[in-house]
Design a protein. Structure first.
Lengths: 385, 83, 434
């Protein structure tokens, strides 16, 4: 990888939180990076995401990636500017009954094995910590080191870091195709041009399969609603544990209680999941089901003004793990996509895995299980995207 | 027609005209700080027709209510951002 | 949360101003079952806002009474917060709860609102819109003995100054930003509509000659926690005017949120309609200032057309007189827009520390002019507050050329409990969060 050549060492397609994190990490290592986005940094799925940095343990691999990545965010939090609204809020996994509380306890033990601090709260301790929650909950698992931030400005910060380190950033730049060691873009004047490079990273999220056919990524739509400012209604991110009862392979629509206190005092309310291709419109019945669930857990929300609702697409994979690593089918092409609802959480970890791969260094985590070439279960739903 | 009724503004009893828009009543009482902006500035009605949300107040314990759309009724309890 | 009710009718009219009243009346007279929804306590909208019906102009009284005779059902102190053209319904909140109004035909007559251009001090208490001050005055605001500055632009300035003066206020300055030359041209071109000249003559007397300025605008307002002084300028000279109330806005812009929510095309800020007031969405009509700001006479004509066609179907005959009045209104709207368009100096009044988005306290200096409107939202929170960009959006469209963003439900920030209490939900199984 010679710096004497005029072409960049790495071209990153997509300046969402994943592409931005890759740009920041690779430029830190002295590589000449060009970052391209069809719109602007953080303007895709990143800009409509919740922005939580949470340790999840659906699988051992997910646990190791989320825990590692959260540690990197915690490190970075010292330098994030205030507009990133980064706060250590912690997550409360709510148990509605004793069975779920046992599940919470087991979850805590799994976390502990990975060095992740948790606390099991009984009903009284939970009510003390979050008095606005409905009565009658069995308790919760508290993960105190989880964080919340505002994804578009955090992404913008990562892009600025990359720029300071010499990266070139091109906005409103539509990538037409990715080939071996090259990327073809359409300029503003409609002309196409090709950029040669040593490595191309496809970090285009739900659009990644449009550029590298065969990537097993489908858009999984979600709804979010934000309220006016009501500081104090809740202090931690709240998630229901109920999902432990349901398998991941839901082809139908589903909702789960998940609210987040924002630094502004606003409450962000999720979540829903559905596979409906790229239909951005609001699914009114599903949205209402989601909000009803939120009001069940947090009745005080009924008296809060709702400012707006929106939808976004999570780049989902069949095994619920992201695709991180070399794409052997095309020379010099790497994939950093398919992070589903954990793109913000795992962005920094993803960037380090990619950086180690491109520099041929020892990865910070075993990287093979995240390889985009791994064997996948059959996709849940044909037809999408 | 213009019966006077009593409402409570920041803990004080005030006489206002029944049915008058609360925002107009408060302005007439000399209230200038209806709400405090996110950076601490006093704000007061701008549009008078429910679109600008600058006249938001806590009314009967409910936060962020637009006072220009709410007619005065007896016993209304209002909290403003007045010093 | 009360159990929601579904109310069915043939035509639902959103907005109870001149256009909405005319639309509802004509549709009801044609035999349709009509509901008119308005956020105010009485019919009339902004222009016919009143507390006592006897105080209304005859035209207004006649239409309101005619609507009642025709059997129009009024739903007042109600806000449309959501809707779907496909399902032919709107969600309405009232003090009694949330209702679903289901109708095959929807007429959007949501009127217009004021255009605000940011200047230093415009966020101070007692700096209001011209229409805002008018609404407060009609609501009973006492202004006796107050020193009032009426400034900005448009045909609303004179009537509001006159009403203020009638209520005992002292108009210490009246500043129309349009030059006297341009105003004269506007006046001359109105020979075809002499009543408007008469109106101008009548209102003009309310403003002392010494206080009347054209080609003059507000440069800034100052004061400790409220407006105390206004700085006026004609571009070469500037002077200050102590005052208690500043009324300043730059004309009207169509209120298109509901139309956009229902998917209707909007061009240059106006809802696109054909000669029969049909929008680009089947079953949805729009009438009045949503389609262009043309005054009450044109609004009534548009409303009548919309009501007749909504009730009678596409083959119904519309009196030619209505089309003549409508077209006259369209020409008048174009003249108003042309005459009262803001001068370039008004677009550079904001300083780096001037708040542009009042809900989120975003200052002008935080915005990068190379951004798109969406970048402004995501990076700096412009338009992300309760008003959802209704105030700052049109202003920044002028100042930075940012087009209106996408519209997202709900409208007018209802309580969550109200918003979702309007229908049964799907059965959805719990699933992972994140």
């Amino acid at each position: 990888m010679s710096s004497a050549t005029r072409h960049p060492d790495v071209v990153i397609v997509g300046a969402g939180v994943i592409g931005a994190a890759c740009a920041a990490a690779l430029s830190r290592e002295g590589l000449q990076v060009t970052l391209l986005d069809a719109d602007f940094p953080g303007g895709g799925s990143t800009g409509v995401a919740m922005g939580h940095i949470v340790v999840l343990d659906d699988s051992a691999l997910q646990l190791s990636l989320t825990a590692y990545s959260r540690a990197l965010w915690t490190e970075l939090s010292r330098e994030l500017p205030p507009d990133c609204e980064d706060e250590k809020r912690g997550t409360l996994w709510l148990a509605t009954n004793d069975e779920e509380l046992s599940a919470a306890r087991a979850k805590g033990e799994i976390h502990a094995a990975q060095g992740v601090v948790t606390m099991l709260l009984d009903d009284r301790e939970l009510a003390e910590r979050e008095p606005a929650l409905r009565r009658g909950l069995a308790g919760a698992l508290f993960v105190p080191d989880d964080r919340v931030l505002y994804p578009p400005t955090a992404t913008r910060y990562l892009v600025q870091q990359a720029r300071i380190r010499g990266a070139t950033v091109r906005v409103s730049c539509v990538v037409e195709s990715i080939a071996a060691r090259s990327v073809t873009v359409r300029e503003g004047n409609g002309q196409s041009s090709t950029i040669s490079t040593d490595a191309v990273i496809n970090a285009a999220g739900v659009d990644a399969p449009l550029l590298v056919p065969g990537l097993p990524i489908v858009p999984r739509k979600g709804h979010l609603v934000i309220t006016d400012r009501y500081p104090g209604i809740c202090s931690s991110e709240l998630v229901e544990l109920g999902y432990l009862h349901s398998a991941h392979s839901t082809t139908g629509a589903s909702t789960a209680f998940n609210v987040q206190p924002r630094a502004t005092g606003q409450i962000l309310i999720g979540s829903s999941r559905e596979l409906v291709g790229r239909d951005r419109s609001i699914n009114q019945p599903l949205l209402r089901a989601m909000l009803r669930r939120a009001l069940e857990f947090l009745p005080a929300l009924a008296e809060c003004s709702a400012l707006r609702a929106w939808t976004g697409f999570r780049p989902a994979t069949p095994d619920n793990l992201p695709l991180i690593g070399r794409w052997d089918a095309i020379e010099g092409v790497w994939i950093a996509a398919g992070h589903e609802g954990l793109g913000v959480t795992t962005a920094l970890g993803t960037a380090e895995i990619i950086t180690a791969g491109i520099l041929d260094r020892e990865p910070p985590l075993p990287a093979a299980p995240f390889s985009p070439m791994r064997r996948m279960p059959e996709p849940e739903l044909a037809g999408a995207p | 027609m213009s019966a006077l009724i009593e409402i409570v503004v920041d803990g004080r009893r005030e006489q206002v005209v029944d049915g008058m828009p609360l925002a107009a009543a408060l302005l007439s009482l000399g209230v200038t700080a209806f709400r405090t902006s996110t950076q601490g500035e006093p704000r007061a009605p701008l549009c008078g027709m429910g679109t600008c949300f600058e006249c938001r107040l806590t009314i009967n314990g409910r936060e962020h209510q637009r006072s220009c759309l709410i007619p005065c009724t007896a016993g209304l309890v209002v909290e403003t951002a007045q010093r | 949360m009360k159990t929601p009710g579904v109310v069915r009718c043939d035509v639902v009219v959103v907005g109870g101003g001149p256009a909405g009243i005319a639309a509802g009346t004509r549709a009801a007279e044609a035999g349709a079952d009509v509901i008119v929804i308005d956020s105010a306590a009485r019919p009339g909208g902004q222009i016919w806002r009143h507390r006592d019906r006897t105080s209304l102009p005859r035209l207004a009284r006649r239409w309101i009474e005619r609507s009642e005779r025709a059997g129009v059902k009024w739903v007042l102190e109600a806000t449309v917060i959501d809707g779907s053209a496909e399902q032919g319904r709107v969600t309405v909140t009232t003090r009694e709860g949330t209702h679903l109004v289901s109708a095959p035909k929807t007429i959007i007559a949501t009127g217009a609102r004021e255009l605000f251009l940011p200047y230093p001090g415009w966020t101070l208490p007692n700096a209001m819109g011209v229409g805002g001050a008018q609404a407060m005055l009609k609501g009973g605001l006492g202004v006796e003995g107050k020193r009032v500055v009426v400034a900005g632009s448009g045909p609303l300035l004179l009537p509001v100054a006159a009403a203020m003066a009638r209520s005992g206020a002292r108009i210490v300055a009246f500043a129309e930003q349009v030059s006297s030359l341009k105003l004269a041209t506007f006046g001359l071109s109105l020979w075809g509509q002499p009543e408007k000249i008469l109106l101008a003559a009548r209102y003009g007397s309310a403003v002392p000659v010494r206080a009347y300025h054209s080609g003059v605008w507000v440069e800034r307002a100052d004061g400790d926690r409220r407006v105390e002084m206004v700085t006026l300028t004609n571009g070469t000279r500037r002077w200050t005017e102590p005052c208690d109330l500043l009324c300043c806005s730059y004309g009207l812009v169509p209120g298109t949120e509901l139309a956009r929510l229902l998917g209707c095309a909007v061009i240059d800020g106006c809802v696109v309609v054909d000669a029969f007031q049909r929008t680009t969405v089947a079953g949805v009509f729009s009438a009045g200032e949503t389609t262009g700001v043309a005054g009450d006479s044109a609004s009534i004509a548009e409303g009548e057309i919309a009501g007749i066609v909504a009730a009678g179907g596409d083959s119904v005959r519309v009196p030619g007189e209505l089309h003549r009045r409508r077209n006259q209104g369209i020409r008048f709207a174009a003249r108003i827009a042309n005459t009262f368009s803001p001068r370039a100096e008004l677009l550079t009044l904001a300083r780096p520390d001037t708040v542009v988005c009042r809900c989120e306290d975003v200052r002008f200096g935080q915005l990068d002019p190379t951004w798109t409107a969406r970048q402004g939202k995501l990076y700096a929170r412009v338009g992300m507050g309760p008003c959802q960009g209704v105030v700052c959006g049109p202003g920044l469209a002028h100042v930075l050329g940012w087009p209106a963003g996408s519209i997202r439900p709900p409208l007018f920030a209802p309580l969550l409990g109200e918003w979702i209490s309007d229908e049964a939900t799907v059965d959805a199984s719990p699933d992972p969060a994140a």
